[in-house]
Design a binder for this molecule. Structure first.
Ligand code: PLP
Length: 404
């Protein structure tokens, strides 16, 4: 006999997965519909339209891909890359190397433009690298979750457009938390995720792309042999499952039978999107900005430091330097989880053991969560005797809330 699931209560203040929006969880417990049921097709069509709004696009194409966010990154990159294509990857944090890893497996010729991770690129530096390397694709991260920095991309995008370079941008950690302007920034393919600021469980990725990309997809389209003997293509995309040219035709009125849709996830996506659209995207972004301000004020008041340049910090992630006296910070994280039910994140690679990351995303971005994480962190640090200023953090956050 196995015992029934008992899920503990948590305040999740990591950069994802975050607390799911209850409306999304409720939708997931709805009954199943067949994936070609007209009732389900209507849901899909509405989801397509809603996905576009947080991206800030009027692109014809926007849909969801089954698989976590990196499925969208992989689908986007392999749709454009042919072996030997040059891909420029400006890297100011961990996730850029994921783009590189995907591009390398697709046999691209990669050039990383590297810098330290404490700040973003001056856009001109990237533009100069584009002129020098002459890539077919520039792929970069809008918000680097690992170190909490957010890159300005408008000028890079414009330069790519002027030079017929494809611009692929990972907006996984900013989608739904920060205003995005895919069209204005000349982004050809943008990728979002579900378990971050959308507060839908992990399991889908969101993409939108423009006509330039659609032309490539049309030129590479191959339909599964069991469905059609005619639609062969020597230049087809290397993956069947992550083939945007087929996925687009599944999500469009053509409705080719590509995969069995994860209908419950689409329900959740519908409700997660509807929830933030009805709140008003401007209000959603203002909520994230205010909670970010309160987190910063609280951490500062405690006397803790931040990693990297605060002026380019993402509003959705705050990297906090682990103070002296608590080693790699893991005992503090354990105490937070076990005694307060609060989860914060550590970091990756060289930054592991040096900083914690406090998320401020989606449904988790609420006053009570911010006050709870500040209270718990102060309590845990006090318990371990770390040199902090006591009794100030929550007050500083409350001053922000009471005056806004
Ligand atoms: C979380 C994250 C990813 C990876 O997402 P998965 O859902 O784990 O596949 C990629 N890029 C960024 C910027 C992220 O924050």
């Amino acid at each position: 006999m196995f015992s029934e699931l008992v899920i503990p209560h948590r305040t999740i203040m990591t950069p994802g997965p975050v607390e799911a929006n209850p409306v999304a969880l409720k939708a997931m417990s709805s009954r199943i519909l067949g994936q070609f049921d007209p009732a389900f097709l209507t849901i899909m069509d509405n989801v397509k339209e809603m996905i576009k709004l947080p991206f800030g696009t009027t692109n014809k194409e926007a849909f969801a891909i089954d698989g976590t966010s990196r499925s969208g990154l992989e689908a986007s990159l392999i749709a454009l890359i042919e072996p030997g294509d040059k891909v420029l990857i400006p890297a100011y944090g961990r996730f850029a190397y994921l783009l590189g890893e995907i591009a390398e497996r697709a046999k691209a010729e990669i050039m990383y433009l590297e810098k330290d991770w404490t700040a973003t690129f001056d856009q001109q530096v990237v533009i100069d690298a584009i002129d020098e390397f002459q890539p077919k694709i520039v792929a970069m991260i809008h918000g680097e979750t690992a170190n909490g920095q957010m890159q300005q991309i408008d000028k890079i995008g414009q330069h790519c457009r002027n030079n017929d370079v494809f611009f692929v941008v990972d907006m996984v950690a900013t989608y739904g938390g920060v205003p995005l302007h895919v069209d204005e920034w000349c982004v050809d393919i943008a990728i979002g995720g579900t378990q971050k600021c959308l507060s839908v469980p992990a399991g889908m990725s969101l993409v939108t792309y423009n006509d330039r990309v659609e032309a490539v997809l049309n030129s590479r389209y191959q339909k599964e042999l069991g469905l059609s003997k005619d639609d062969r293509n020597d230049n087809h995309i290397s993956s069947n499952y992550l083939d945007l040219s087929q996925l687009q035709r599944y999500w469009s009125s053509e409705r080719i039978n590509h995969h069995t849709e994860a209908t419950s996830m689409v329900y959740a996506l519908h409700e997660g999107l509807r929830s933030i659209i009805n709140e008003g995207l401007e209000n959603v972004y203002a909520r994230h900005a205010l909670n970010d301000k309160a987190i910063i004020a609280g951490i500062q008041a405690m006397g803790l430091g931040f990693y990297g340049d605060l002026s380019t910090k993402m509003p959705t992630v705050t990297p906090v330097m682990i103070p002296d006296g608590v080693g790699d910070g893991e005992a503090v994280r354990e105490l937070l989880l076990n005694q307060f039910g609060v989860e914060i994140a550590s970091s990756f690679g060289d930054l592991k053991g040096k900083l914690w990351r406090i998320g401020n995303m989606g449904y988790s971005s609420r006053h009570e969560n911010v006050l709870h994480v500040l209270t718990a962190l102060e309590g845990a640090l006090t318990y371990y005797g770390a040199p902090i200023k006591q009794g100030e953090a929550v007050k500083a956050a409350l001053v922000i809330y009471e005056n806004n």
